[in-house]
Design a protein around this ligand. Structure first.
Ligand code: GRF
Length: 216
């Protein structure tokens, strides 16, 4: 039986699961957003595939349940994803948020949560998908980069785009300075996109996502 929905501000909130592999600053932004009254989602569980991911401590501090589902304990990618599915279902999760989760999804997770998995990427997709997006942007010499929140499909950073915001590249930027400015925007954009998803305000037709009107 599904666990009851976490509640807040009197209204029922949509349980989300956050998958991380590292420091979890976007997780921190989601936890902070979820602590605000009226936010339509609650973080029901945080799962890391990396046992010592720093982000796990952030979740524990916020009183959120954490789990480690280590791929090394599973014989295949499919078996690992199935274990993730079971953990997410065990917490009645409706939306899955990837937040620095360093594995491409291909198996059961994508099937079970089809159209209900979000990711944040530190570039304006479809430019600079994959790893080191900020380094790619600097090497290419773009004047503007940014970040994207998108739905996850079976490609690498190819799913339908929900929100994007530009970040100018400054003269003398390094990967570190640019990443810091992009990250600050991610921390605003991701909670907004999750709120839209949780509030049922995303209509997806093919690649196109329409944001339905509602309180902002
Ligand atoms: C972020 O830049 C995010 O866009 C990318 O991975 C990084 C994760 O950072 N997918 P954090 O763990 O949320 O701090």
């Amino acid at each position: 039986m599904a666990e009851p929905r976490p509640t807040g501000g009197g209204a029922s909130r949509v349980p989300i699961g956050v998958l991380i592999s590292g420091r979890g600053s976007n997780l921190g932004a989601l936890l902070a957003a979820a602590a605000r009254p009226g936010y339509p989602a609650a973080v029901a569980v945080v799962i890391s595939n990396v046992p010592d991911a720093a982000g796990l401590a952030k979740a524990r501090q916020a009183g959120v349940k954490t789990l480690v589902v280590d791929q090394r304990a599973h014989r295949s990618r499919g078996a690992h994803e199935q274990a993730l599915v079971e953990a997410l279902r065990g917490h009645a999760v409706e939306w899955v948020c990837l937040a620095g989760y360093q594995r491409v999804l291909r198996g059961p997770l994508l099937r079970v949560f089809a159209g209900r998995i979000l990711n944040v990427h530190p570039a304006l997709l479809p430019s600079f998908p994959g790893t080191h997006a900020q380094r790619q942007a600097l090497e290419y010499g773009v004047r503007v980069t940014g970040c994207t929140v998108h739905l996850v499909d079976d490609g690498v950073d190819t799913g339908p785009i929900i929100l994007q915001e530009p970040v100018p590249v400054e003269p003398g930027d390094t990967e570190e300075t640019l990443s810091r400015r992009v990250l600050a925007v991610e921390h605003r954009l991701y909670p907004r996109a999750v709120a839209l998803a949780a509030a049922g305000r995303l209509r997806v037709e093919g690649r196109k996502v329409t944001i339905l009107p509602g309180p902002d």
